[in-house]
Design a protein around this ligand. Structure first.
Ligand code: SF4
Length: 209
């Protein structure tokens, strides 16, 4: 990463962390992926029950492997035949790991979902929610974060899942009502009633999409 961009990200992260604190959420700055992994693991007590939606950012800092192979009870959705049972077990987890689809620089989190298992877990599921967020996802305001979610994150996710949506064939959101749409539920997290529930690790790198 260009040194000037890195410094800009470092400065911006302290603004974002203040915004998160004003919303009763905790923010952390990690200078790189290794530091992000250390911070994340320090927030997950051993023997915790841990679950996640598919999270490329967690994969990229090594957190997914660390949780699967460490002293944790990992709820692995891929091992469930009954996806609804996996979802309900996940709600009772101690820790949910996710990223965001976009985030404003004053600490508002934007997430889009098709089946709503991820956004419902973030809104009102596991006792602690841990977000891994590359600085590439920070936007100047909520509108821009929503545009990012719909024009960057959602089309990339449509590619990932091989969906038949306009964004999958053009790379741009057309506000579709396709049966395959992943834009069924939009979660805007602007405040947490529960202190110490939401933790956001800002990583000075490009993570996920
Ligand atoms: S609304 Fe449709 S076209 Fe737009 S990002 Fe979502 S799935 Fe893609």
């Amino acid at each position: 990463m260009n040194g000037n961009v890195y410094k800009k990200n470092e400065l911006l992260a302290s603004v974002v962390i203040k915004g998160l604190q004003s919303r009763n959420m905790s923010g952390y700055y990690a200078k790189d992926k290794d530091e992000a992994l250390k911070i994340a693991l320090s927030l997950i007590p051993e023997n915790s029950t841990v679950t996640m939606g598919g999270c490329t950012s967690s994969d990229e800092i090594g957190l997914t492997d660390a949780v699967k192979n460490g002293e944790y009870k990992f709820i692995d959705r891929s091992q469930y035949e009954d996806k609804r049972a996996a979802m309900l077990d996940g709600y009772n987890a101690d820790v949910f790991i996710s990223s965001v689809n976009g985030m404003s620089d004053d600490g508002v989190l934007i997430n889009i979902d098709g089946n709503a298992n991820r956004v419902s877990a973030i809104a009102n599921g596991p006792k602690k929610v841990l977000f891994i967020v590359g600085m590439n996802k920070i936007c100047p305001d909520v509108d821009t974060a929503m545009k990012r979610a719909r024009n960057v994150a959602a089309p990339a996710n449509a590619q990932r899942f091989g969906l038949s949506t306009p964004c999958a064939s053009t790379g741009k959101c057309f506000d579709c009502k396709s049966p395959d749409t992943i834009c069924c539920q939009f979660l805007i997290t602007r405040y947490s009633r529960h202190k110490d529930r939401i933790h956001v690790i800002l990583v000075n790198d490009e993570l996920g999409f």
